[in-house]
Design a protein around this ligand. Structure first.
Ligand SMILES: NC(=O)c1ccc[n+]([C@@H]2O[C@H](COP(=O)([O-])OP(=O)(O)OC[C@H]3O[C@@H](n4cnc5c(N)ncnc54)[C@H](O)[C@@H]3O)[C@@H](O)[C@H]2O)c1
Length: 473
């Protein structure tokens, strides 16, 4: 099948994309990278960068693919944030989702699969929770998902858009290649493993006085590879409706921490915190409907296996995904060019930018010192003679800043400033060139060498300037 996956650069979407591709489907990932990571997009998938500011873009993107099915993972998913910024949640999770459903109808998409959530139920009347329980969300996140569930029902009835809405319980675990890396991590398992990795000192346990055997909240953890399999089964024609996806087993926060200690072999300190508003004591799925109607059977139902896969991924990726540009290339290196001569700025800037660097300019040492810490350049190209604050002071400032300890410095100055050069050389710049003698080729070679840019970029041709050199003032 030709499948369009929104949010495929996110946690669950990345693994679903991988599993869809493994199952022989053709996948286009659509993601605006607001929360996801370009490195989390399976390289076998086509990638479209979402630009929400472009009106109608989602329709254009769907039209460019004309998919058989849409899997809609893209959403904002922080319950706490939704309580302070509901607008963000209703716009993205409902309004944008509706635009996608409209595009699906217009393009004749045969199946729409939606990532819904157990948060649509609110505090349940009974557990395990079946799909027919009343839905009374207690936060804008859950409400925004419920609103779209309702819209899907009407779209199916009136436009014939066949849909499945999966109400996930707590997604967890990882595949070999893709795992959980949220910029703001609100989920328990990655937060506990962050302590095991030494990235955090302790885990916060919100509420230790719940009516549960050990006083902490009980949740149902479901492996993301199992979630992915449910989506693949849901693509078959004729399957539609609302399905809970969970294991039907609940584990308390304390049990999860103990399991993480067992798997990692590390002591994981925790600290008791007050209950969070709106956290029900126990959320456990009854997923019988998915078992019987879709033939779904979780392959990783045990918490131990879920934590093992998550730990394995976090050990391999302790800092999460590497940063990549939207086209999948490494991010541009930043250069701060400290120079007061407009012509020199113009010449070098254009060549540095053509060579793939991002360049900011400071026309005096004082301006440079203001920009340095927030911009955090990979390299500073530094003239020594400037009107207000000279380059030697700038170099001294760079050397004193702990956040700039990896910043390289190339001095590019004149022969006439021997004294200043002497002072600056004592501060050990990484390279130093005389402006009047250094060619562009030499300078760019030094920049690339210090910044360790790729061989491909190294081979880019450099045209020497044809203008008068040195420039007449
Ligand atoms: N993680 C869970 O335990 C869980 C539980 C229940 C439901 N869900 C739902 O599952 C889905 C995926 O969750 P996740 O944990 O992978 O979240 P995630 O934040 O890791 O992934 C969401 C992805 O959607 C993208 N995105 C958001 N808005 C977008 C937009 N307007 N256009 C294009 N891309 C956009 C983000 O950049 C991100 O890559 C969400 O809809 C979430 O509500 C998750």
């Amino acid at each position: 099948m030709n499948v369009f996956v929104t949010g495929g650069a996110g946690y669950i979407g990345s693994v679903c994309t991988e599993e869809l591709l493994n199952a022989g489907h053709q996948v286009t990932v659509y993601d605006n990278l607001s929360e996801g990571h370009r490195a989390a997009v399976d390289p076998r998938a086509k990638f479209i960068l979402g630009r929400p500011e472009e009106e109608g873009n989602i329709l254009a993107a769907v039209k460019s693919v004309m998919p058989d099915a849409i899997l809609h993972f893209a959403a904002f998913a922080l319950v706490g944030e939704s309580m302070t910024n509901p607008k963000k949640y209703f716009h993205n999770n409902f309004v944008n989702a509706l635009k996608l459903a409209d595009a699906a109808v217009e393009c004749g998409v045969k199946k729409f699969v939606f990532s819904s959530t157990c948060a649509t139920y609110g505090p349940p009347d009974r557990v395990p929770m079946t799909e027919d329980l009343p839905q009374r969300p207690i936060n804008p996140y859950g409400e925004s998902k419920l609103m779209f569930e309702k819209a899907l029902l009407w779209y199916q009835q009136i436009y014939g858009l066949e849909f499945i809405a999966f109400r996930y319980f707590n997604a967890a675990g990882a595949s070999d290649r893709f795992g959980e890396h949220h910029r703001i991590e609100s989920h328990l398992i990655p937060n506990v493993l962050a302590v095991a990795l030494g990235k955090k000192t302790q885990v916060e346990v919100f509420g230790t006085d719940y009516p549960t055997p050990d006083g902490t909240c009980i949740r149902d953890y479901i492996h993301i590879k199992d979630l992915a399999q449910a989506h693949i089964l849901g693509l078959r024609p004729g399957k539609s409706g609302f399905f809970n996806l969970g294991n039907g087993d609940g584990y308390s926060v304390k049990q999860v921490i103990e399991m993480c200690e067992k798997i990692t072999g590390k002591k994981i300190p925790s600290i008791a915190k007050p209950r969070r508003a709106g956290d029900p004591p126990k959320l456990v799925a009854a997923a019988n409907k998915a078992f019987t109607e879709l033939g779904w059977k979780p392959q990783y139902p045990k918490l131990e296996d879920i934590v093992k896969t998550a730990w394995s991924w976090h050990q391999k990726n302790p800092d999460g995904y590497p940063a990549l540009m939207a086209d999948g290339s490494p991010p541009k290196k930043n250069i701060l060019f400290v120079e007061d001569n407009a012509l020199i700025i113009q010449i070098y800037r254009s060549h540095l930018e053509k060579s793939g660097f991002h360049v900011e300019v400071a026309e005096d040492g004082l301006e440079a010192m203001r920009k340095l810490v927030p911009f955090k350049p990979d390299l500073v190209l530094l003239d020594l003679l400037m009107p207000k604050v000279d380059g030697t002071h700038v170099l001294k400032y760079i050397r004193e800043q702990p956040s700039l300890k990896d910043t390289k410095v190339i001095i590019l100055s004149d022969a006439t400033i021997a004294d200043a050069a002497h002072g600056a050389m004592a501060l050990k710049p990484d390279r130093a060139f005389l402006k009047s003698e250094c060619t562009l080729k030499q300078l760019l070679a030094a920049v690339r060498d210090l910044l360790k840019v790729s061989d491909a970029a190294k081979s880019a041709p450099i045209a020497e300037p044809t203008i008068q050199w040195p420039p007449a003032d």
